[in-house]
Each structure stands twice: as structure tokens, then as C-alpha cells.
Design a protein around this ligand. Structure first.
Ligand SMILES: CC(C)(COP(=O)(O)OP(=O)(O)OC[C@H]1O[C@@H](n2cnc3c(N)ncnc32)[C@H](O)[C@@H]1OP(=O)(O)O)[C@@H](O)C(=O)NCCC(=O)NCCS
Length: 206
């Protein structure tokens, strides 16, 4: 019998998993005077597709999922996976709407969740016709507050390519602390590139 076979997995130490899989309420909205965030629904497929197509020129530079042939099927396939990812605690993705008139403005989420250390990544994109109005900054603050309160995170990271000036400014405006440069951390325009690591911790946005 190998050593592995002798191990009784029932007696192995378990971590007290801090984020309770499946228990994070999906029936929520996060709002301020500018934006309204709610978990994505399959019925968002058209809005997502149209906004992504409209914004492809900008998105293709920074977002690995965006490409010239981005299709409605890709929107639908991605949306179909959201409830399961949420339930399993893998990623929490939200659609961004204009608080004033309900139009779809982009997407954001908390992902790359490290349950043992209670840390995660926060990401965002805003459709081109709504950029430059403080949307991403408002989203970052709302989402970070939710992450600290509901997911009980200790740390939220915002990782931005060193040459993504607009996103760097978003992280700065949201009050995230600039911690250093991570070499070859991201892929931009199909090439590895350095990124600035930013972090938020609970007391900073609550
Ligand atoms: C980056 C992005 C999310 C910004 O969204 P947004 O809603 O326009 O962001 P905000 O309006 O909250 O803030 C943008 C800030 O960048 C500034 N900015 C715009 N162009 C800039 C430039 N070339 N250099 C420096 N700052 C710039 C704006 O003036 C604004 O700052 P201000 O309020 O001090 O004037 C959006 O452009 C986007 O989706 N880009 C493509 C995807 C992406 O890069 N996602 C982030 C990956 S880390």
C-alpha cells in the first residue's frame, strides 16, 4: 500500500473556508447616484454583445476575451456560466447600468478569489460611449464595499498594465494603494507586459 493510500482524507485538517459557497445572495443591486450593478442574467446577452462590439477597439487592447470576431454566442456562453461560477465562489460578475435611465454601460466583477487568504481581484470595463464620466471609479467603490462586506475579503487587488493610463487613473481615484510593479503579469496586444499592483483594504472604502 502506498503512503497516499494510507491517508484518511476525513482526518486531514480543513481550513475554515471564509467565503460560503452558494450562500452569497444573487438577488441584489448595488447602487449610487451614477450606476446600478446587478449580477448578470442570460437576458443581458444582447446588451452585452452590442456594448462589447461597440467598444471592441478599446477592449481588444486590454481584455483577453475581446477579439475582432467576438460573437453573440460568446456573450451567451459566458452568461450561461455566471450562476454556476457565483455559486461555487469562483467569480462574482455584475452588469453595469446607468442609474438614471437603465442603459447598459459595461461589466465588472470580483474574481481570482483566494478563499484561504480572503483576497481577490477586481476588474471592470466600460462601453466606449460611457467612458470619461466616472463610471469605472463609481463601480470600483461599490464593488469593493460589497466584497468587503459580503465576501468578507481582507484585500482586493486591481492589476493594471503599466501603460493603461485610464485604468491606472481609475485605481488612483478609487483610493487604491499603488504597491509595485509585477513583471510580465498581463498580456496586452498579445504580448506580456508589466502591471501595477494596487490594493484596497476594508477600512479604506467602508
Ligand atoms: C479603463 C476604463 C475602465 C475607464 O473607465 P471610465 O468609466 O472612463 O473611467 P473614469 O471615468 O472613472 O476615469 C477615467 C479617468 O482616466 C482619465 N483619462 C482618460 N484618458 C487618459 C489618458 N490618456 N491618460 C491619463 N488619464 C486619462 C480620465 O480623465 C479620468 O480621470 P479624471 O476623472 O481625473 O478626469 C475604460 O476606458 C475601459 O473600459 N477601457 C478598456 C478596458 C480596460 O482597460 N479595463 C481595465 C483593465 S485593468
Amino acid at each position: 500500500m502506498s503512503l497516499l493510500e494510507k491517508v484518511d482524507t476525513k482526518t486531514l485538517p480543513t481550513y475554515d473556508i471564509p467565503i460560503m459557497y452558494g450562500r452569497i445572495n444573487r438577488d441584489i443591486t448595488l447602487t449610487d447616484d451614477k450606476v446600478m450593478l446587478r449580477p448578470y442574467r442570460l437576458s443581458d446577452a444582447d446588451s452585452l454583445y452590442r456594448a462589447a462590439r461597440e467598444s471592441l477597439k478599446e477592449l481588444m487592447v486590454w481584455m483577453p476575451w475581446a477579439h475582432q470576431e467576438y460573437s453573440k454566442k460568446e456573450s451567451r456562453d459566458w452568461l450561461k456560466e455566471r450562476p454556476g461560477k457565483w455559486k461555487k465562489g469562483i467569480s462574482y460578475d455584475f452588469a453595469i447600468f446607468n442609474a438614471a435611465d437603465g442603459s447598459y454601460m459595461g461589466g465588472c466583477g470580483i474574481n481570482d478569489i483566494d478563499h484561504a487568504y480572503r483576497k481577490a481581484n477586481l476588474g471592470y470595463w466600460v462601453r466606449t460611449s460611457y467612458t470619461g464620466q466616472g463610471v469605472a471609479t463609481a463601480v470600483t467603490l461599490l464593488l469593493a464595499k460589497w466584497g468587503f462586506k459580503e465576501l468578507k475579503l481582507n484585500r482586493i487587488e486591481i492589476v493594471v498594465a503599466t501603460n493603461n493610463k485610464r485604468s491606472l487613473r481609475v485605481a488612483e481615484k478609487a483610493g487604491a494603494k499603488r504597491e509595485g510593479i509585477l513583471r510580465n503579469r498581463l498580456i496586452v496586444n498579445n504580448s506580456a507586459c508589466d502591471a501595477v499592483m494596487h490594493s484596497l483594504i476594508p477600512g479604506e472604502v467602508l
